[in-house]
Design a protein around this ligand. Structure first.
Ligand code: FAD
Length: 395
């Protein structure tokens, strides 16, 4: 058979890359190694948190990658990558040789960057920033909290997975509280002074959740510096809170395997060639998705899938000894401010001065001041976007 490409991680980046490698060149020998038997997507996990959808709505399986495209899929955790011998090793004791490797492990958390917030604390104060049991934990806590309780959401500084995600979550939780526990409050204790689509979010909050959401920026001492999971407290440098539900979203790095394989720099993320996503630290190893440093591209599922297609095409060119095409990539991020109220941002990206940059005038954001029909349509588009990208990645 043809050259061997191994893909680590079956999320938006890895699943799309594996599928498109086989679509572009069916003679390739493509192996996908994913730790979990099924993947729960973070996109639309906020709708699960507030009971709009259940977990099965965000569950993705890998069987079609095999039956329709011929990708070999293994449920196992990659524990070592050796770029010198071009071999990966798994926790299950298997070794896989490759000609080219794609690494798309998503993120991991910088435990104790917020004092007291470690893996054990996350079982009490969920981050829910990887979908699965954490999503369910946050959902159960919201259901159990009293009417009149306080919810705290603590978003991290940049860069992190899904820049508008914490604010979509705040919006949908506020919408849930308004309907079910209207005396409750939601405090966003932010490590930043600005965030993605902030004017649009704030317009929606003023209209719908004025007496529920309060956003405290870093400049007003919003940044959470310490938590005590046992006594349930959350602290900034000047204030201490005891919320009924604390959703702490800590600072992040590339997924652990990218770090232990030496693919990340001091930032915790992985420097790559902007046209091929080949690591600048390891030859024949490509890093895509949240783990990669991708210039202006936000860490989103759509970015990861767009990068996956660019990377798959580049690898096929490189394996044939041809010159890869220059990068052309896209991203659109929809957010729900309420179940029937959507907003979006879109951009096209190319390489400029050695970095991935958004093309001036190529994208845009939803207009401020739009009417109900407009926002409702964007909420419908969000659901349509979700179905089509999942189809594109896993089916
Ligand atoms: P992932 O999709 O996380 O996939 C990584 C996979 O690798 C996982 O399945 C993991 O199990 C596996 N893995 C990790 N390490 C190993 C290992 N050592 N061995 C084997 N397997 C391994 N993006 C959007 O575009 N639109 C949205 O609306 C949106 N909403 C979001 C809402 C929330 C609340 C959050 C948290 C994120 C949202 N995102 C959204 C962002 C999106 O989830 C990520 O950007 C995207 O998942 C990144 O893809 P990835 O392939 O890099 O990582």
């Amino acid at each position: 058979s043809g050259p061997r490409v191994v893909v680590v991680g079956g999320g938006f980046g890895g699943a799309t890359a594996a599928k498109y490698l086989k679509r572009y060149d069916p003679t390739l020998d493509v192996t996908l190694i994913e730790a979990a038997p099924t993947h729960f997507t973070c996109p639309f996990s906020n709708t699960v948190v507030v009971g709009m959808n259940d977990m099965s709505y965000i569950e993705r399986k890998f069987d079609k990658l095999t039956s329709m495209y011929g990708v070999k899929v293994f449920t196992d955790t990659v524990i070592a990558i050796d770029p010198a011998t071009k071999v990966v090793k798994t926790a299950g004791g298997k070794t896989f040789e490759y000609d080219r490797l794609i690494v798309s492990p998503g993120i991991d958390f910088k435990w104790n960057a917020i004092e007291g917030y470690d893996a054990a604390a996350a079982e009490i104060m969920p981050h829910a920033w990887k979908a699965g049991p954490q999503t369910m934990l946050l959902k159960k806590q919201l259901e159990a909290m009293p009417n009149g309780g306080l919810v705290v959401i603590a978003p991290p500084g940049n860069p992190f997975r899904c820049p508008p995600g914490p604010y979509e979550r705040a919006s949908l939780i506020a919408s849930y509280l308004k309907r079910n526990k209207p005396k409750s409050k939601l405090l966003i204790l932010d490590a930043k002074d600005a965030f993605a689509k902030d004017k649009l979010f704030k317009e929606g909050w003023e209209k719908m959740y004025d007496d529920i959401i309060e956003w405290v920026p870093a400049a007003k001492n919003g940044k959470v510096s310490k938590v005590n999971a046992k006594d349930g407290t959350v602290e900034t440098d000047f204030e201490k809170f005891k919320p009924a539900v604390a959703n702490i979203i800590p600072p992040q790095s590339a997924g652990q395997i990218a770090i232990s394989a030496g693919l990340a720099d001091k930032s915790g993320f992985c420097p790559v060639d902007p046209n091929t996503f080949e690591s600048t630290l390891a030859k024949n190893v490509h890093v895509i998705g949240d783990a990669a440093i991708a210039g202006d591209m936000p860490k989103s599922g759509y970015s990861a899938s767009s990068q996956a297609k660019v990377c798959a095409a580049a690898i096929i060119a490189l394996l044939k000894g041809e010159k890869p095409l220059p990068l052309s990539a896209i991203n659109t991020c929809y957010s729900l401010v309420a179940p029937d109220y959507g907003i979006s941002v879109a951009a096209v990206f190319q390489v400029k001065d050695g970095k991935i940059a958004s093309v001036p005038g190529s994208g845009g954001v939803s207009p401020l001041g739009a009417n109900y029909q407009f926002r409702k349509k964007e909420a419908d588009f969000a659901a349509g976007w979700y179905q089509s990208i999942c189809q594109d990645s896993w089916a």
